[in-house]
Design a protein around this ligand. Structure first.
Ligand code: KG4
Ligand code: ZN
Length: 306
């Protein structure tokens, strides 16, 4: 099945031509460098950047072999409203011009099914999706039966990484920079937080603990050891996520567990998640961040099973 997939929910403009689990062409632009100077994504600029990039992608896409195109899949939710709108308009116009249907795909389902590129999913599965905007636990019974179990009541895990990195003046996005500084020998548990024995997520307590520590050090004119703070923060947040997954696995007894979202690139999370279950599915690094490949594979699998 040949599909054009479009992902513009946040700050990546990604369009791929996909056929049967293979990416034939990948036209993707990251806006990270553009938004870096603002210390985070500016929604209005993101929409305008999508418009510029989509206009660049269109002539290149039309040069590819689009014979036997089945449909166009595009991210319709959740995400930045203006950014989503750009992708939707592009998808609808292209669908009209090429005489195929434009089909909406939930961005989170894309993150869940990104692992299908490299692994076979067995059901029922539990999926932990951790990104800059979301921290969610999903009950995945099949392609068509995906139910939200719980999500964060405040910050998303990636957002906490980004905020701590900003306080440490490491740069944006913060997750990979904190991960790079992580050194297990520096971990002494200073930021450990007590987690409730339920499946609710909250990161504001941990974030405040770290920010208060940094402010205290500053006020007392004490040194700020970035690697020490980054290592202890990373250890604490990943430990928290892993403990929540342990509770979920005990409760739901899934056949497989799935990891997804930008924070799935974290080295400690990948290492610990793999130990949680005999069928632990972790996406290849290129499928962790937002990309149209995951939108394509979910749309394909859904079509096959509809
Ligand atoms: O899924 P994604 O690309 O975009 C959203 O939909 O949010 O996730 C981006 C998030 C950012 O918060 C970034 O700091 C985080 O993923 N991230 C990481 C790592 N790589 C990216 N967090 C922790 N460790 C990493 N290695
Ligand atoms: Zn995402």
């Amino acid at each position: 099945m040949k599909i054009i997939a479009i992902e513009t929910s946040h700050d990546d403009t990604s369009v791929v031509l996909y056929e049967n689990r293979k990416i034939l062409h990948d036209f993707s632009f990251s806006q990270t460098a553009f938004h870096k100077k603002f210390g985070g994504t500016v929604p209005e600029y993101a929409s305008r950047q999508h418009l510029i990039h989509l206009a660049e992608i269109l002539p290149q896409l039309l040069k590819t072999d689009l014979t036997n195109l089945d449909h166009i899949a595009y991210t319709n939710e959740p995400g930045l409203v203006g950014s989503l709108h750009m992708g939707k308009l592009f998808a609808k116009a292209l669908a009209l011009a090429l005489g195929v249907k434009a089909k909406p795909v939930n961005h989170m389902f894309g993150h869940i099914f990104a692992v299908a590129f490299t692994s076979k999913i067995t059901y029922p599965a539990l999926a932990l999706i951790v990104s800059g905007g979301h921290t969610q636990l999903w009950d995945v019974q099949s392609f068509n039966s995906i139910k939200l179990i719980s999500q964060t009541s405040d910050d998303a895990a990636g957002e906490a990484f980004d905020k701590v990195a900003r306080a440490l003046k490491l740069g944006f996005p913060g997750g990979p920079l904190i991960d790079k500084l992580y050194n297990k020998d520096k971990v002494d548990g200073i930021f450990n937080i007590r987690s409730q024995q339920d499946l609710a997520f909250s990161f504001s307590g941990l974030k405040t603990k770290v920010l208060n520590y940094i402010n205290n050090q500053k006020q007392k004119d004490l040194p700020i050891d970035k690697a020490y703070i980054a290592s202890n923060f990373q250890y604490s947040i990943i430990n928290y996520l892993i403990n929540k997954m342990k509770i979920a696995v005990d409760k739901y007894k899934p056949q497989a567990i799935i990891l997804g979202g930008g924070v799935a690139a974290n080295s400690l999370l990948r290492q610990e998640f793999a130990l949680l279950h005999s069928h632990s599915l972790i996406p290849a690094m290129q499928f962790t961040t937002d990309n149209a490949m995951m939108i394509a594979i979910y749309s394909h699998l859904k079509e096959l099973n509809d």
